[in-house]
Design a binder for this molecule. Structure first.
Ligand code: 8YV
Length: 315
């Protein structure tokens, strides 16, 4: 049986690459010197696209593949896939929910702790001899017992809130509607009011055109000079220019960010700031989770081409 032709948009670890190649003929878009010319040359043959959350698939890419049937995303976020284009052409879309939820929540909590307690600076303080030369490291802010706001109580937001409860934080959340999880968490629909409540505002919503810049200047100012914004979702959920202004002027106390507009390039203004913790979009970046994500990408593709139900369909 001939293997279905798959356009591979970004690299995967070897443990995914090998089994993918056993089942499919892969066309490595990410290695093409001239991506448009490459797409023109292979487009006709492509029946599936294997992509990653942050890379997605544009309308131009989708429409360059007239025989495309399915897009399989290595990631829970599918905001970078042009879903309208997929609907227009009857193309299925899958993602990798659930398997990454706990790791993403863990990193959000770790970022809050690291930034609030100044762990990165404290590590440098030890390594560069400042401890011996200058004495005690400057005091930082407590985490336990303070107030948290979770913007988006989906799978990841829920796991973040569960963990925050372990630190005795007073937890409020915002979502489209109140959730009945039997927890003692306060529902505050309005993001500005949620931010007023929060010392730590976690941004955990799935990104879409509706959520673009939901964390705007007003929300940022409501978190305030004593507060911190932690983003483990997508950069587009925050007005990044407003965030930078607020961090620079200290109208916002701190931020801990795993995602950036235009990543992996990022606005150089971030690099000048001492009140921000920067992470390279690796909230799901553990060996265990990435293996589970890779398997789900393959299993969805295999299910589709075998005519079985998709495991985790988006469309
Ligand atoms: C991944 C992600 O870092 O799940 C998502 O939506 O953005 C992340 O888990 C990414 O997809 C890996 O390339």
């Amino acid at each position: 049986m001939t293997k279905p032709d798959i356009l591979q948009v970004g690299p995967y670890p070897e443990w995914d690459q090998v089994p993918l190649e056993e089942s499919f003929t892969l066309h490595r878009y990410f290695e093409a010197g001239d991506p448009d010319a490459y797409l023109n040359s292979v487009g006709e043959r492509i029946r599936g696209i294997a992509t990653r959350g942050e890379l997605g698939a544009s309308r131009a890419m989708i429409e360059a593949c007239p025989n495309l049937e399915v897009v399989s995303v290595y990631g829970v976020g599918f905001d970078a896939v042009d879903l309208e284009a997929c609907k227009d052409h009857g193309i299925r879309v899958t993602n990798t929910p659930d398997v990454l939820t706990n790791d993403v929540a863990d990193l959000g909590i770790a970022m809050m702790l690291a930034q609030s307690r100044g762990m990165v600076g404290a590590e440098t303080w030890v390594r560069d001899g400042s401890w011996q030369a200058k004495g005690l490291y400057p005091l930082k802010r407590r985490v336990w017992g303070r107030k948290a706001g979770v913007l988006g109580l989906g799978r990841i937001g829920f796991e973040v809130a569960k963990r925050l409860a372990g630190f005795d934080l007073d937890i409020a959340y915002s979502d489209i509607s109140e959730k009945d999880y039997g927890q003692d968490w306060t529902f505050i629909a309005d993001p500005v009011e949620l931010a007023e409540h929060a010392d730590f505002l976690f941004v955990t919503l799935a990104a879409s055109t509706q959520t673009r810049h939901i964390v705007n200047r007003q929300v940022i100012d409501a978190v305030g000079p004593d507060g911190m914004i932690i983003n483990i979702s997508r950069a587009s959920n925050i007005d990044e220019a407003a965030l930078l202004d607020a961090l620079e002027s200290k109208r916002l106390g701190a931020a801990a960010l795993d995602v950036f507009e235009g990543e992996p390039a990022l606005n150089p203004r971030f690099l000048e700031l001492d009140n921000v913790l920067l992470q390279p979009h690796h909230a799901s970046g553990t060996i265990e989770t990435r293996k589970a994500m890779g398997r789900l990408v393959r299993d969805n593709l295999s299910a589709h081409f075998a005519g079985r139900d998709l495991l985790t369909p988006v469309l």
